[in-house]
Structures are given as C-alpha cells and as structure tokens.
Design a protein around this ligand. Structure first.
Ligand SMILES: Nc1ncnc2c1ncn2[C@@H]1O[C@H](COP(=O)(O)OP(=O)(O)OP(=O)(O)O)[C@@H](O)[C@H]1O
Ligand SMILES: [Mg+2]
Length: 224
C-alpha cells in the first residue's frame, strides 16, 4: 500500500529565541512506494522520527495530509486511526514499547490480541519470526529480562507479524551487533520484496546496501 504525504509539516511548541514555535518538519511532499525499501538518514534532531511518527499516524501534523492507499489518515477519528494502523501499518518506534506483564511471544501477538485472539497459524508465524530474529528461546519469558537488542528484535517481530502493507522502522538496528543488523535489514528487505512499502530510519551506513531508495533529512527538509 502506497503512502503519499502532501504539504506535511510539523511545528512543536518550544521556546527558542523569540519564537514559541519550532518547525521540526518543513512542508514536504513525499511518496513511499510499494515493493521498495526506502532508507532515511540524517543527523540527530533533523526530524526523522517526526516524519515517521506522522506517517504512522502516531501524532497529528500542523498541516498537510497523509494518504495510506486511499485512506486519509488524519480524516479518521483516533479510534479509527488506531484500528487502521493495527490492520495495515507495522511500526517499530525508536523508544521501547514492551508490555512487561506479557511474555515475549504475547508481545509479538499483540496486533492480533488487541482485536480478538490469535489463531494457530498466527502463533506459528510469530514463532517463526522469533526464530528468524534469533530470540525463539526467549518466547515465554518477560521482556523485563531481555537485553536492549533482544527487546528491539521483539519489537521488530511484532511489527512484522501481521505482514503489514506499510512498515515504518525507526532505527530498528540501533542496539544490534553486525550479525543481527544484517538479519533485520534482510527481514525489512524481504517485506519490501513481498510488496510492502517500507521506510527505515537509520544511522547505519551499511544500510545503503539494502536500500532501493535513499533519502536524507537535514533541518526538517527532506531530499533524495
Ligand atoms: N514533543 C516535542 N516538543 C518539542 N520539540 C520536539 C518534540 N519532539 C521533537 N522535537 C524537536 O524536533 C526536532 C526533530 O526531532 P526528531 O525526534 O524528529 O529528530 P530525529 O531526526 O529523529 O533525531 P534522532 O536521530 O536523535 O532520533 C528536534 O530538534 C527535537 O528537539
Ligand atoms: Mg529519531
């Protein structure tokens, strides 16, 4: 499912100098193509997460629109937007989102259990993802006992489990060693190969090798 942003802009309330508003994202037009892995790089504070969180519908823009396929994300109510995201968009946020009262496997199954229960085939897919990300042995323990890199891989499995048409990954390899970084890049590339529109924010220079398209963010301005 293609994503199209038009005139998308974000200002934050922040006192800097004489201004109370800080423009984190200058108006941008942007298309995230299906079947491709787009890699976004840029310095810390340049607005990468702001863009990704807007595309995920996790916060509302100051102006502009985001279409996911034919759906205008910000025309939806919060409840509709959450349901839409859960069904169509896999998000790997920059921060931690583990639920500590659930096991690792249950965390990965959340996209199903939020709206119902997980079927056998879905549980099998979750387990296969844990296997692929080399954390199958941790399926039944609490995320509280996981390392940073293991938590990251759990979040990646959760974002992939519903085979989303759009996948948005914010520095998914930040806490990972070279081997796991390659595994994760390959998993994102495979999702693109299966037809998803995939965006990965990263500082990893090696990510270029996996990218179908490279973008750079500089001071809230996106360029090819
Ligand atoms: N909630 C907020 N309120 C005010 N300013 C914010 C808020 N969130 C982000 N900013 C500012 O907007 C700018 C862009 O932030 P953003 O998180 O998008 O950067 P980033 O490119 O993802 O950086 P990093 O590589 O460090 O994750 C930063 O200068 C940041 O301080
Ligand atoms: Mg960020």
């Amino acid at each position: 499912m293609k994503m199209t942003a038009q005139g998308l802009t974000k200002e934050y309330a922040r006192k800097s100098g004489n201004a109370n508003r800080f423009t984190a994202l200058h108006p941008l037009d942007f298309t995230l193509e299906t079947g491709a892995l787009t890699v976004l790089m840029g310095r810390s504070g340049s607005g990468k997460s702001t863009l990704l969180n807007l595309l995920a519908g996790l916060m509302r823009p100051t102006g502009g629109t985001v279409l996911a396929g034919e759906t205008d994300l910000f025309a939806l109510s919060d409840r509709e937007l959450s349901a839409f995201r859960n069904a169509h968009i896999g998000v790997i946020p920059q921060g931690q989102t583990a639920i500590y009262s659930l096991s690792v496997l249950e965390n990965v199954l959340l996209p199903y259990t939020l709206t119902g229960s997980a079927e056998g085939e879905e549980i099998a897919r979750a387990k296969a993802l844990l296997e692929r990300l080399d954390i199958a042995g941790l399926a039944d323990i609490s995320p509280a006992d996981l390392s940073g890199g293991e938590l990251r891989r759990m979040a990646i499995a959760r974002a992939l489990v519903r085979q989303p048409e759009i996948l948005l990954a914010d520095e998914p390899t930040a806490d990972l060693d070279d081997e796991n970084t390659a595994t994760v890049c390959k998993a994102l590339q495979a999702a693109a190969g299966a037809g998803a529109a995939v965006l990965m924010v990263t500082h990893e220079s090696g990510a270029e090798a996996y990218a179908d398209r490279m973008l750079t963010m500089q001071g809230g301005v996106l360029s090819e």
